[in-house]
Design a protein around this ligand. Structure first.
Ligand code: ADP
Ligand code: ZN
Ligand code: ZN
Length: 831
């Protein structure tokens, strides 16, 4: 095995195959499947991942170049993860390198860096030396210097650098580098105490600082960082270094983990005695773990039913069996509170991965997993790629959450990846939710009746622990309020309830449902609305900076005083932001202490955490926010949950709109009355008869879902079909139309050739239908028009494969014309 097959990190269709490289002698035995390597690629140096080896007969040795460097001693990916990557690239139609890169922590997404150094024998004139302002001096030291840092440091000398490179006085060299390395600290390792005492005697009296250091080390005979030692003895690093030269101490660079939870105490928790209901759902999970079989469970448990305790005890069994566990929670729910529940039970065996950590912290948590120092990974979507070797259990909490689908390439869904990865490991999957996605519920409950081949087992926790009741839900018709003359933001009912809680010193969570609900600008005289000139999108009003902004391309303009179209002064900023609600709260309830949590107040690192702690410690009465406040919070004194604009997302052109609304409302309602005090929920809406709202009132998940499924079946939507959307974008509409037509025709011809029916509506069986091309819901973005085709299919046809083939055949013409294509398999967002 002297030739490695390498996927290079260039995300395009042309390079989406392996390239062969010789393994040089010095790297023999080091290069494995999953190794990261630096390879020459044309004139460039690139990072690549080894995905296999070539047999002798397959290669022309003379043509091959050698691998230049191995980037890690231990491969960051395992053969299993490489295999998973191949599966992802086929399932979601993306180049393999994109799937593989998604599995690496950002810190390892290597970049190729240019270094420059003085060519041997190069001469510079005095004038040049003077011009260079220190640059030459730096270069003449002989060490290659990073081009980007030089340009930063000597911004004036860019031209000079370029000229010297062209003249050959400077040479450049490329290296592939990590964006970040491990953090090391210099640590002093002292000799034993008697030696140190003696040494301090031997030193001359004038070396009193060195003596002091030695005495300190003799007394505290343990490793200490150079920084701490210098502080303790009030001396300098060079004094300490001098002792190393004499052999009394040694100084080594020690890698140190950046622990994001350093200094935080996690009180130990032990397993609770399970309720009979909890015990009955845990039993089949544990049995599957004991039997070492791959099985998937849907754990449907109402809010507050004790699902987390079930996860914890399942994980415990998994660890006892010597295997590892992954727990996915939605990014937004990855609050300290959630993390604490896992850290308290499993301590240092838990690694946490989420996007609010710095790149370095994430990398260190990731290394803990790969090096076997952690056995439980808790994290958001991408934690599904935690580099464990022997996974026993994967838990996905709130499995219906949209954040498990990545919206950029690779557009994977963590739920599907989890099931595939568990299959490769013979592991158990537990999908938990109070409001399972319709697709999941259908698979677990209905398909069970259709076939003997049970894909997913349904287990249920229908009640809250300790007989705590689910909160009562009141629906307020805001049209009625208006008719009765209440123009305020809060209905009389909600206002009364808020006053009541303030008097009792209990707490309130207030959700402003803002999905699809921008603060846009409209003229009341002529109906003009401000839209982005580059995108077909309304501009959003930002009060702070007094301007209008496009959230897609960043375009902004100052806020108009009169209508640009009819010059009427009656131009208004519509829609309600959290800021406005906050103002209104202060006016209506003088003295109320409000914490506002939205994108604006949570940008700073740790701010999330800070707000929640404040609320937990009851330093505020009301927690106001967007979707952020709906998930995973568990506060004992919250007895009232209010929802403003409950229906705001219902009119979005998305067949999942009512499912999403129902899920969100159920989740937020579940924040109330989770402990001793009973809870109450008040939902304000202009659409009080809508099923997604009335079903929340009755806590009627099953009724809602059965009715929704019937509708989906009639319309042929998922889960009774699958969708694949292809979006084309270009500056010219005719070009788009012809490209879209070619794609649609290609799809129809290919599937007809495979014997697949086109009439989707009649009967069951395999069918594939292509809708479009039509203008996308967002018809123009950044000056490019957008058209889409929707492929709807069911049964025994691999639509991803057919799509890949059709696009491949169209490939060259499309590229020549500059049409961009993006494919989304099982899209979750219809916008
Ligand atoms: P879920 O995750 O289903 O929303 P939680 O796991 O947060 O529910 O549980 C709700 C509350 O019930 C928590 O305060 C938890 O500590 C408590 N709880 C869970 N299981 C038990 C049990 N077996 N005995 C007593 N309290 C429990
Ligand atoms: Zn106007
Ligand atoms: Zn725009």
């Amino acid at each position: 095995m002297t030739v490695a097959r390498v996927i290079v990190d260039v995300p395009s269709r042309d390079t989406d195959r392996t390239f062969d490289y010789l393994i040089p002698d010095r790297l023999t035995g080091w290069v494995e499947i999953g190794s990261r390597v630096a390879v020459p690629f044309g004139p460039r140096k690139l990072q690549g991942i080894v995905t296999g080896f070539a047999a002798d007969a397959e290669v022309e040795y003379a043509k091959l170049k050698p691998i230049e460097d191995l980037l890690d001693a231990i491969p960051p990916l395992s053969p299993e993860l490489v295999e998973l990557g191949v599966w992802i690239s086929k399932r979601w139609l993306c180049p393999l390198t994109i799937a593989l890169q998604a599995m690496l922590p950002a810190a390892l997404k290597g970049r190729s860096e240019k270094y420059v150094f003085a060519a041997s024998g190069a001469q510079w004139s005095e004038e040049e030396t003077a011009q260079s302002g220190g640059l030459l001096l730096a270069l003449k030291k002989g060490k290659p210097l990073k081009l980007t840092s030089l340009l930063q440091q000597y911004p004036e000398q860019g031209q000079l650098l370029k000229r010297w490179l062209r003249q050959g006085k400077l040479e450049e060299r490329q290296r592939v580098e990590d964006q970040l390395s491990v953090k090391t600290v210099l640590t002093v390792f002292p000799s034993d105490s008697p030696t140190l005492w003696q040494a301090s005697e031997e030193l001359p009296a004038r070396a009193h600082k060195q003596k002091e250091v030695l005495r300190y080390l003799a007394e505290n005979n343990e490793p200490v960082t150079v920084i701490k030692l210098a502080e303790e003895v009030a001396t300098t690093t060079s004094t300490i270094r001098a002792l190393e030269d004499r052999g009394w101490i040694s100084i080594q660079a020690i890698t140190e983990d950046r622990d994001p939870y350093a200094g935080r105490e996690f009180p130990a928790s032990s397993p609770m005695t399970l309720t009979p209901a909890q015990a009955s759902v845990l039993a089949p999970i544990q049995k599957a773990l004991d039997d070492n079989i791959h099985e998937t469970f849907l754990l449907h448990g109402v809010t507050g039913s004790g699902k987390t305790e079930v996860y914890l005890q399942a994980i415990q069994r998994c660890l006892e069996m010597g295997r590892e566990a992954i727990v996915l929670v939605p990014e937004i729910a990855l609050t300290p509170q959630m993390v604490e529940r896992f850290k308290s039970r499993f301590g240092a065996r838990v690694a946490v991965l989420h996007s609010r950590l710095s790149q370095g912290e994430r990398y260190d948590e990731w290394r803990k997993i790969r090096e076997g120092r952690a056995q439980v990974a808790v994290g958001a979507r991408s934690a599904i790629f935690a580099p464990f070797a022997s996974i026993g259990l994967i838990v996905i909490d709130e499995e219906h959450e949209t954040s498990y689908k990545q919206e950029e390439s690779p557009k994977y869904h963590a739920r599907d990846v989890a099931v595939e990865r568990a299959r490769l490991h013979g592991a158990v999957v537990v999908l938990g939710s109070a409001t399972p996605a319709l697709e999941t519920y259908e698979a677990a409950v209905h398909r069970r009746h259709d076939t003997d081949n049970v894909q997913m087992k349904y287990i249920e926790l229908p009640e809250r622990v300790a007989n705590r009741p689910l909160p009562g839900v009141e629906i307020v018709d805001m049209r009625e309020e208006l008719r009765l003359g209440n123009r305020a933001m809060f209905s009389r009912s909600l206002a009364d309830a808020i006053r009541d809680r303030l008097a009792k010193n209990e707490q309130i969570v207030l959700l402003l449902n803002r999905r699809g609900y921008a603060t846009f600008v409209m003229c009341r005289s002529c109906g003009y609305t401000a839209a982005c000139p580059h995108c077909e999108i309304s501009l959003t009003h930002h009060k702070g900076s007094q301007n209008l902004r496009c959230h897609y391309c960043g375009y902004s303009e100052s806020e108009p005083k009169t209508c640009p179209s009819c010059e009427s002064p009656h131009i208004r900023f519509f829609g309600t932001g959290t800021q406005k609600v906050e103002e209104s709260l202060a006016e209506t309830f003088p003295g109320i202490r409000v914490i506002r949590m939205d994108v604006d107040t949570t940008t700073e690192k740790g701010s999330h955490e800070k707000w929640l702690t404040e609320f937990r410690e009851r330093r505020a009465d009301l927690l106001l926010g967007t979707q952020m406040v709906a998930k995973g919070l568990d506060f004992p004194f919250v007895t009232l949950v209010g929802v403003l604009a409950a229906d705001s997302a219902l009119r979005l052109p998305d067949f999942r709109a009512s499912e999403r609304t129902f899920q969100l409302l159920t989740q937020v309602a579940g924040r109330a009355g989770r402990h001793e005090l009973p809870g109450e929920v008040i939902i304000q809406t202009y659409d009080p008869e809508h099923e997604s709202i009335t079903s929340v009132q009755g806590h009627d998940y099953k009724g809602f879902v059965e009715r929704a499924l019937t509708l989906r079946r009639q319309l042929g939507y998922p889960p009774y079909s699958r969708l694949l959307s292809v979006t084309f974008s270009h500056e010219s509409v005719p070009m788009l139309l012809s490209t879209g037509e070619r794609f649609a025709t290609g799809m129809r011809e290919k599937s007809a050739a495979l014997g697949v029916r086109r009439d989707f509506d009649h009967g069951g069986g395999t069918a594939l239908e292509v809708l479009g091309p039509v203008s996308s819901p967002i018809a123009r973005l950044k000056d490019r028009y957008r058209f889409q085709c929707m492929v709807k299919y069911r049964g025994d046809v691999d639509a991803s494969l057919v799509t890949a083939q059709v696009l491949e055949e169209m490939g060259d013409a499309v590229k020549r014309n500059g049409v961009q294509i993006s494919v989304d398999v099982d899209p979750q967002m219809m916008l």
